[in-house]
Each structure stands twice: as C-alpha cells, then as structure tokens.
Design a protein around this ligand. Sequence first.
Ligand code: GLA
Length: 356
Amino acid sequence: MNDFANIFGGEPDVTAAARGRVNLLGEHTDYNEGYVLPTAIPQQTEVALRVSKNKLFEIYSANLEQITRFTLEEPPQAHFAQYIYGCIKEAAHYGARIPPLQIHIRSEVPIEVGLSSSAALEVATLRALRQLLHLDIDDVELAKVAQRAEIEYAGVNCGILDQMASSLLEIGSMLFLDTRTLNRELLPLPSRSEILVIDSGVPRSLASSKYNERRAECEEAARRLGIRALRDVTDLRALESLPQPLRRRAHHIVCENARVLHAIQSTSAAEFGQLMNASHESLRDDYEVSITALDRLVALLQTEPSVYGAKLTGAGFGGACVALCRAGEATGVASNVLTKYKKGGHEGLLLVPTAV
Ligand code: GLA
C-alpha cells in the first residue's frame, strides 16, 4: 500500500483486507440464535500495519484523513479507532504481546448504511494481526473475536451475522449460517440472478438505540415463553400468549427463520424474491424497523419487471436496500428506480454493482 509509505515512511509488515456484506434474508434473527443468509459485496476495507519504534499506537484513516494516537492503557477517542483498539485488546487474550503498531486503514465499504463497514474493519484488522503475530485462530474464531471487539469496545450489542459474513464469504456465494451452532454452508446465488444494492440516502440515525430495544424485546418475549431464544418457537400459536408489541416482534423472528430455511431449498430466483418481499413487509409491520424512504425505495424496486424481490438490509431505520434482479439487468433497474426515487425528494446512490 503506497499510502502507508506516504504517512509512516517505508513499507508495512503485513496487509490484509475484508469485505462488507449484504444480508439477503434472516434480518434480526442472529441475536435470536436463528438463521441468516448474507452475501459479500465487492467493496472491501484494507489494513496495513507495521511494528512501531515509538511507544504509541498510531492509526491513520485514509477516508477521514485523520491520525489518532493511543496506548493500550488508554482507549482512543476517535470512533473508527475504537474498533481497532477492541481488536487489539481481544487479540491480546490469545497470548501474544502486542507491540505498538503503525496502522493504515482505507475502506471502500460505505459507512453507516447497513453493509457491515465495522465488521469489515474488524476482520481486516484481525487478519493483519493474525499474520503479524502468528495467532492460532481460524476464520470462525476470528469472527467471534471481531464480534466481542464490537460489543465490548464499540458498544453495539450485535449478533454474529456481520463478522461471520465478512470472515467467511466469497464473492458470488451466500452464507447459510445457523447462528446457534455456527453450522454453515456456502451456496450459489439463485440461478440467473444478480444483486442490486441502493443506498436510500437516509442515515441510520436511530439504529443503535432501537437495535438494542428490539433485542431486549426479543429476550423478554423468549423469557415469557420460557424458552432460551425465539429460535426455539416451532408453532406460531405459542405467540398468542404474548402482549403487543412482543407478539409482533416474535412473529417476525419466527417467520423470518422459516423464510431462510425455505430459501435454501434450491429455490428459483422468483421464489427467493417473494421471500425477500415478505421479509420487508414483516420488517416494516411486525418488527417496525423500516422508515418511509426505505418503503418507497423497496416499492419502486418491486415494481420493476426485472426485479424478483427487494427489502431493506441490515438493522433498518435508514441505510440501504437490496434487490434480487435478473442477471445483467441490475444497472438498468437502478437507473430507472433512482430517477423515480429522486422525484419523491430523495437522493439515492447505487452501491452494487460497482462502476468498476
Ligand atoms: C446489524 C447487526 C447484525 C444483525 C443485523 C440485522 O447489522 O450487526 O448482528 O442483527 O443488524 O439483521
């Protein structure tokens, strides 16, 4: 990475990268020990690092053009650096003495739109640390370390979806993951289809507070039902004893898990798309994590003849939408949809397929 030389002088000891993800089905199911189905996006985050001769850790963010310095005893103030600090602290549990480092990061993964820019940063950082310090951790363990870094040091009580997706996925495949057992399988995308991702242009302002609230509601519903997690509900009638809004929340989780299990039965693109449409409806009405702009964008996508199905992706409350399109037609769909979306007063942005 030439950028590294410009900032720190000389070459990095190691470089690593990790991709963002877009979740196709299985939204908010991971912290209910359920099933998820993400795919990788082309955009990735790159981390280059070198053992420093100074006493301080130094991280340069090429996106923010900002450098931050810290010691292991005192966490950095800058938000982006907290993810890296968390990874370093967690990596230290594997017995390695972590020397002061000079770290250069550059990310193509759009930030704050629900495409796992934080997981990509964590996974890329841990891959670089694993290489530098010869840490004995496999890709699954690495995802778990990344998740702990996010929970403990960035303050988001997230599930394992994003980190497993970033650590295990390859372009062109979907990861079917059982988040309870971590049993998993890489599957091809539905035949003759491609993914389209559009940013709604609306920031995910409420995402973290509402995220933690939804998680608490699910835990409360499971507690009232006397089960370990909502994953364990096998009959929707069991939910009738729950008061609202817990019944609606649990309804989303149970049906969303069923949708993932349906989708992996070699479903056609058309059937897969129907499941995505149903997922969006459920996220909007039962889980209540959508907003008007996302509903509008999804509705515009769904009326395009080349679109099999569309939904919001990630935590919700803004950010991006994902659609499954006929292969080769995603760019044309995006241009139609973005023109109509703009007439409604919003500025959307095509994220996948990428221009290059
Ligand atoms: C965020 C979290 C994930 C998952 C999704 C919703 O991306 O980090 O763990 O819960 O929201 O599906």
